[in-house]
Write a protein that binds this ligand. Structure first.
Ligand code: PLP
Length: 430
């Protein structure tokens, strides 16, 4: 197909995510992707500084992942996971147990981040049901949260433009304010009051970084305190590590930065290095025990056609091997260090505020662009501006962030940093 045909047929037939059907942008046809770069059908290359929606941690089209996928595809592409098991799934569970907290004992497979959240919510709610606690129905989340686009996940997320058509169908959730150094006492007081309610069942959060909500960051000390208070009152804690898992925050998991461990952890995005869709909901022994029974009444009666898909598991195992290698560790530490120095430079820039970093993520707010909404002016200007320069940067409202694959080189980082500074300086001159 020619580029023109691709454009035409895409416009005719395809409904793209998170966008009006009449798009303000042309969708760019891609021909391939390798390492740090996406290659268009016109032969342009674009550096992927957002890891293709935060999933790609080892670079595109990695040969080791491709080989794992191919080998598994020839052996067994998929098999029903009810009544059967297989080595790719068991090995993945074993691998994950080495990075999950010591108290963790079981993993459940699904297909993406949203379904991992649905499963976690169902496990938390049924935990209380199985214990005969029928009154435990209240849920707490953090203002600005994003947990996915299915109904349970939307319910525990920020109420805003993305979910407005569905408000009547979302279950009630108590939102605490996003914790900062300034409001921390009020937030903790309100949180303590909410978790002390005998109806309170579950607290769900994005540990340390709210991703889609604008790369908002809070300290491990605050997170530790929230989990401690919730668990003191028996409330089940769900850590949504869909974005933060697999090294994003500098450690294996964001919850590795705190001493109080959640009861449930959701993983997805980075798990297969961005090669196959896969979601994981992992739980600790406390949750497991409430389900340990041979009765269907106490079983989690949930599953998906592709549960435990061998291709996804095989790629996840190959990705895990790369992730736990010294080379990858060194890359994560290197990118973290580079971001920190860049953040110091950014802090001197008059067009920038709230410069923040957490591991391999660096983010800042653009001053003077006002609203932080998804379709803000900032986004309309910045996205095409950088694409023109061969850099994929997708601002979240007036928030600009970088979340690159860990293989990005120092030289590539320096080029992207410099282009960001050029952009900011050109703003300053106006
Ligand atoms: C992306 C994301 C999700 C949803 O994952 P999908 O695979 O897009 O359904 C959930 N939680 C967080 C924190 C995310 O960043």
């Amino acid at each position: 197909m020619t580029t023109a045909e691709l454009h035409q047929k895409d416009k005719e037939l395809i409904w793209h995510p998170f966008a009006p059907l009449i798009s303000p942008f042309e969708y760019i046809p891609l021909a391939s992707a390798k390492g740090m770069y996406l290659y268009t059908t016109d032969g342009e290359k674009i550096i992927d500084t957002v890891s293709s929606w935060w999933v790609n941690i080892h670079g595109h089209s990695d040969e080791r992942l491709a080989k794992a996928l191919y080998d598994q595809a020839l052996k067994m592409e998929h098999a029903i996971f009810a009544g059967f098991t297989h080595e790719p799934a068991v090995r993945l569970a074993e691998n994950l147990m080495t990075v999950l907290p010591d108290s963790f004992s079981k993993v459940f497979f699904s297909d993406n981040g949203s379904t991992a959240i649905e499963v976690a919510l169902k496990m938390a709610f049924q935990y209380w049901h199985n214990l005969g606690e029928k009154k435990k129905t209240k849920v707490i989340a953090i203002d600005g949260a994003y947990h996915g686009d299915t109904f349970g996940a939307m319910s525990v997320g920020e109420r805003g433009g993305f979910t407005a058509p569905f408000f009547p169908f979302l279950f009630d959730v108590d939102f605490i304010d996003f914790p900062t150094q300034d409001n921390i006492e009020e937030v903790m007081q309100r949180f303590e009051a909410l978790v002390s309610d005998e109806q309170c069942s579950t607290f769900i959060f994005e540990p340390l970084v709210q991703g889609a909500g604008g790369m908002r960051m809070y300290s491990p000390a605050i997170l530790d305190q929230l989990i401690e208070i919730a668990q003191r009152h028996g409330v089940i804690c769900i850590a949504d590590e869909v974005m933060t898992g697999f090294g994003r925050t500098g450690k294996n998991l964001a919850t590795d930065h705190v001493t109080h461990k959640p009861d449930l952890i959701c993983l997805s995005k980075g798990i297969t290095g961005g090669t196959m869709p896969l979601g994981i909901t992992a739980c600790n022994q406390k949750i497991e025990e409430a389900f340990l029974s041979d009765s269907y009444a106490k079983a989690l009666l949930h599953g998906h056609s592709y549960t435990g898909n061998p291709l996804a598991c095989a790629v996840a195992n190959a990705s895990f091997e790369i992730f736990t290698s010294q080379v990858c560790r060194d890359n994560i530490a290197r990118v973290t260090g580079k971001h920190k120095s860049f953040a110091e430079k950014l802090k001197e820039n008059p067009n920038v505020e709230n410069v923040r970093t957490q591991g391999t993520i660096v983010a800042f707010d653009l001053k003077g662009f006002g609203e932080t909404s998804y379709e803000s002016e900032a986004r309309k200007k910045i996205y095409p501006y950088f694409l023109e320069k061969g850099i994929l940067i997708r601002p979240l409202g007036n928030v600009i962030y970088l979340m690159p694959p860990y293989i990005i080189s120092d030289e590539e980082l320096d080029i992207v940093y410099q282009e960001l500074l050029n952009f900011l300086n050109q703003l300053h001159q106006k």
